[in-house]
Design a protein around this ligand. Sequence first.
Ligand SMILES: Nc1ncnc2c1ncn2[C@@H]1O[C@H](COP(=O)(O)OP(=O)(O)O)[C@@H](O)[C@H]1O
Ligand SMILES: [Mg+2]
Length: 542
Amino acid sequence: MSFLSKRINEQQQREQEEIRARENIANADGEDLDELFGEDPEPKKVQKLKPKKKEAPKKNSNKADLPVDPNLVSVNTPTPFQVGAGTTKVVVNEVRPDGSWILDTGYVVPPKDRTPLKIAKLRRQLRSKLLAFPDEADDWSRHDDDKCKLIEDRLKTVIKKLGEQLSANEYEMLREALLNDLLGFGAIEPLVQDKSYSEIMVNGPDVVFAEYKGKLTETEIVFDDEDHAFWTAQKIVRPLMRTLNRENPMVDARLPDGSRVHLITLPSALQGTTMTIRKFPDKRLTVEDLIKFGSFTSQVGEFFEASVVSRLNIVVSGGTGSGKTTLLNVLSSFIPEDERIITVEDSAELQLAQRHVVRLETAPPIPGEEEIGKLEIRDLVKGTLRMRPDRLVVGECRSGEALDMLQAMNTGHDGSLTTVHSNSPRDAVARLETLCMMAGMDLPVEVIRSQIAAAIHMFVQQARLKDGSRKVVQVTEMQGMEGTRVTLQDIFVYKTPDHRGQGYSHEGGGDLEATGFPPKFLETFKQYGFNLPPRIFKGGSF
Ligand SMILES: Nc1ncnc2c1ncn2[C@@H]1O[C@H](COP(=O)(O)OP(=O)(O)O)[C@@H](O)[C@H]1O
Ligand SMILES: [Mg+2]
């Protein structure tokens, strides 16, 4: 037997032993501890992933068709091999010395920071055993030293009782892991704490992406297993009086700090518990930030200021995460101090500095009820009209409220602002038509269209470009109706040097160029004291 094949054999033996050890952990689930601390007060309803049939990868197998436990893959693992099964299957072509994988698609999976077996086992056994009852720690903070100390004291007692031998390093690792599980967000706690991460996306226990300073990348973080991810998801929603289980496999909620969380689990989420957390920024980006980031120039910024002060009705349009809310916030910041602003949002994200602001947010029904206590965007928008607003700012039109918004804009509430989800200003018109139909008033489409043409003065398109940057890519003026068609005129369009054809470019590195058509509201701007230099509307970039 050659030296190499001997090493591979040894490696396979080690891996099989580890597989057996892991299966034992999954089966044990803390029975020995039940004797010490009594039965788990609330038997876990965790739905486990079906145990995968595990076998060590075969030597020289061309394309192993067996799922491989990612924990057991090492540089010496023969490649290619396959991880996962069915729709979540990936083929690994190479394992690099740093532990990263190169998939057959060319994608590089970063090295993963996995909890060592021994610690993962204890973490799993102990996380439900260190609390007097399951929700004891739900309102304890990870930053509360007294509570951390309390958990740590219990941990020390338990370890002693179990007779576990842990090195100082191992103990530290276990302590951190358990504090994160019991008082924080489990494996993703470091990402939650670090303010540079704006979004965290958990696609099942093994794949965690995060947006760091505007760039979305896969992280080294993993949950120990599906139980761990599911346990964490439940811990996130329990203090909000919500449940994630087979009856409620999907939850959309807001955390006390304003962050949004969306959770979906098995059987719909095929890779396992999936979490999407969008953090509430400490400080919203300002117009200066957006100019600094190159989202638009200072002249365009001045043009936006003139548009808002001159009471244009503006719709910000764009895809999810393109920066609509951020831009809406910036536009709203131009509203003068002496005007009464009412904001209506699904979950309050806007941060306005003005004094005279009334902030409204939708209300869910009271727990256990379907309708009682519920207020939707539509109810709030209708209500605001009796609250004497000078300006109505609606976070996003997603349904029938679009019609109420248009009516408000058409009946003396000029200078209102909102966002819609769409890919271009032309698309936004179509989208608004659809949303207005959802109001269920049975209005003919021509009537809706003429309402749109009369109400909206300007569309600002926001996009996340292929290089990850977010920019204003189109500013379009409403011209009115021509027959049964709504006519639009672009004022600025984002172009890259080799961009041909209609619409804006999706590549990075371009400029927002004037189309050469000055907007018709230049006269209104003058009445409000804005004398914008005509050159900013002359064709080409500036
Ligand atoms: N122009 C921009 N440049 C850089 N980052 C931005 C910009 N606009 C928004 N962001 C960031 O992008 C993320 C999503 O922005 P948000 O306004 O919430 O998007 P949307 O409302 O379209 O879903 C936030 O983290 C925000 O800080
Ligand atoms: Mg938004």
